[in-house]
Design a protein around this ligand. Structure first.
Ligand SMILES: *Cc1c(COP(=O)(O)O)cnc(C)c1O
Length: 553
């Protein structure tokens, strides 16, 4: 825990703007994590392990601000841990800010409508006033008019949401800096809940003085249920928030979930998912623009704002079609907000407008596989050739897996944190198992009909790979190597890789390789496997009734 008194003793902006009673409050009386070996008889916890599978330690109170999570979030947003407060979602962060700075019946917050309703809600709960500026009729952010509207009430906090929920527009950072300079006695709270979905740079690294930034793991990182968000601000503001925060705000399982989801080997998958959501958003927007009843489609974050003549009626009809969307008659009367969903969910939305989906759902798989030895995150799409981003920790293996995906004609994003310091064995094997499981999942049930193969010469080497998706794992490797390793990949692992693939795909895989050069031989096996997969993926009309997106197979 930080020690609030030190930073707040000085005549800081935080001290000037804070509620005096909060400033005078002693720091919250909670203990941080105990020193190792300490017997914990201080907090009246139950000493017995919790009767919850996988969560034996939740009989103990969590660390109020776990150092590892604080550090990970600080790294993620490029700031110092002392400038960051981890809250129970950014909703909670908004509440903490309002309670720390706004005296009931006296102070104001300012918002720019239409916007996220929680700002006004928390202010009203606290008994603070709400002064509302407005976006222009075209939902543009007019900095001068905002300033003119809010200045007379000298708000303690001005909430700026960028990209804005629900209209999708981003605010130019230049405007935000200008407003921050023009309102030196107001905290400018920039809510970047959808920052990952937009090109504008984050203001997190500029969050000093009266600039405060909110971030969340709920949207881009898919952790809405864990309730983890944060405030990024000058340390004295963070110290003040510590005083109004509940003593143990973060549940132990949520702390673990956040650290898990933000593991380095998960980051490429997050990036790929954000790209996919943005691509889906663009496709969806393009198709909905053709609906006669929609006047305008706005895009932002991971959502669309559909402007229609009668949004209430539209929202009701969509609900009747079992599609729930957001309509706020008072906050945003001109339209409905629709979240970008999975391909099939988006197809259902389009169907509700009488628009047929343009393509059948693609054959995809996301796999997360963690053991004590390796942590692997992998995503592939059999109907997309890109992206291919592979980081196994073993460069030559990356190259081989890239050959499989490239020759197989599918996208592959794969990252692994493994115990390479001990041996490449676990990483090599576990990645093969994860890849096989992903291929099996994406291929669906092809049992009995999925037989395919490919033979390939490479200079003096020849390789042949036969695959039968029989559901019965079997691997046969006919060939041998004379060197111990090629580019850090032990050659003894090559037959093992195909066995692991066979096991997890539920396939029979026969590999035959002959030649003089081990590098050629290893590479030829992977290429031939990729080629065999390519023919297998197109077998039995995998995308039947559909023009292939990949050209000639
Ligand atoms: C969803 C949303 C939040 C809430 O985030 P949590 O971290 O889940 O509380 C905050 N601000 C905006 C603008 C949002 O749309």
């Amino acid at each position: 825990m930080t020690r609030p008194s030190e930073n707040l003793a000085a005549e800081t902006l935080a001290a000037r703007l804070a509620r005096p009673d909060i400033l005078a409050l002693p720091p919250c009386d909670v203990a941080g994590p105990p020193l190792p070996g300490t017997i914990r008889l201080d907090a009246n916890e139950n000493p017995y392990a919790a009767l919850v599978a996988g969560q034996p330690t939740i009989n103990r109170y969590p660390d109020p601000q776990p150092a590892a999570l604080r550090q990970r979030l600080a790294d993620l947003y490029g700031v110092a841990p002392a400038c960051l407060w981890v809250a129970r979602g950014s909703d909670d962060a908004i509440d903490l800010l309002v309670r720390a700075f706004c005296r009931a019946g006296q102070d104001y917050i300012a918002i720019v409508e239409p916007t996220f309703s929680a700002y006004g809600q928390f202010a009203r709960v606290q008994g603070a006033g709400v002064i509302a500026a407005r976006l222009t009729d075209d939902f543009a952010f007019d900095a001068e008019s905002v300033l003119a509207t809010v200045t007379p009430s000298a708000p303690k906090l001005l909430f700026l949401c960028t990209p804005n929920n629900p209209t999708g527009n981003a605010i130019d950072p230049v405007d935000i800096r200008w407003i921050a300079a023009a309102l030196p006695n107001t905290l400018i709270v920039v809510d970047e809940a959808y920052g990952e979905f937009c090109d504008a740079p984050s203001l997190a690294t500029e969050a000093t003085g009266n600039l405060v930034v909110l971030r969340t793991l709920s949207k881009a990182y898919g952790l809405a249920g864990a309730r983890i968000g944060c405030v990024i601000a000058a340390p004295e503001i963070i110290d003040l928030l510590a005083k109004v925060s509940p003593p143990y705000p973060l549940p132990t399982p949520s702390i673990a979930a956040a650290l898990d989801a933000l593991g380095p080997e998960r980051m490429p998958l997050h990036a790929a998912r954000i790209e996919r959501l943005l691509a889906e958003r663009a496709t969806l927007a393009g198709r909905l623009a053709n609906a006669a009843e929609i006047d305008r489609v706005r895009e932002g974050g991971n959502f669309l704002f559909l402007e229609v003549a009668d949004p209430g009626d539209l929202a009701r009809r969509l609900v009747a079609a079992a599609v729930r969307v957001r309509f706020r008659p008072s906050a945003a009367p001109g339209g409905v907000r629709v979240t970008v969903g999975t391909e099939s969910e988006n197809a259902a939305l389009l169907a509700a407008f009488g628009i047929a989906a343009s393509a059948p759902a693609s054959r995809r798989a996301d796999i997360v596989r963690d053991t004590k030895e390796t942590r692997i995150a992998l995503s592939l799409d059999l109907d997309q050739a890109e992206p291919r981003r592979i980081d196994s920790g073993i460069p030559f293996y990356d190259h081989m897996l890239d050959q499989v995906a490239a020759h197989g004609g599918f996208s592959l994003v794969l990252a692994c944190s493994g115990d390479l310091g001990i041996d490449p064995h676990h990483s090599v094997e576990d990645i093969a198992l994860a890849l096989g499981a992903a291929l099996k999942q994406a291929l669906g049930d092809k049992r009995g009909i999925g037989r395919f193969g490919f033979a390939l010469p490479m200079d003096e080497t020849s390789a042949e790979v036969l695959v039968d998706l029989s559901g019965r794992p079997f691997a046969k490797f006919d060939g041998s190597f004379s060197t111990a390793a090629v580019g850090g990949l032990p050659t003894e692992m090559v037959p093992h890789i195909f066995r692991s693939l066979a096991d997890s795909m539920g396939a029979a895989i026969h590999v035959k390789v002959a030649g003089d050069n081990d590098h050629h031989k290893v590479e030829a096996c992977f290429k031939a496997f990729g080629r065999a997969l390519r023919s297998g993926l197109s077998l039995e009309g995998g995308r039947d009734a559909l023009p292939s997106t990949k050209g000639v197979l």
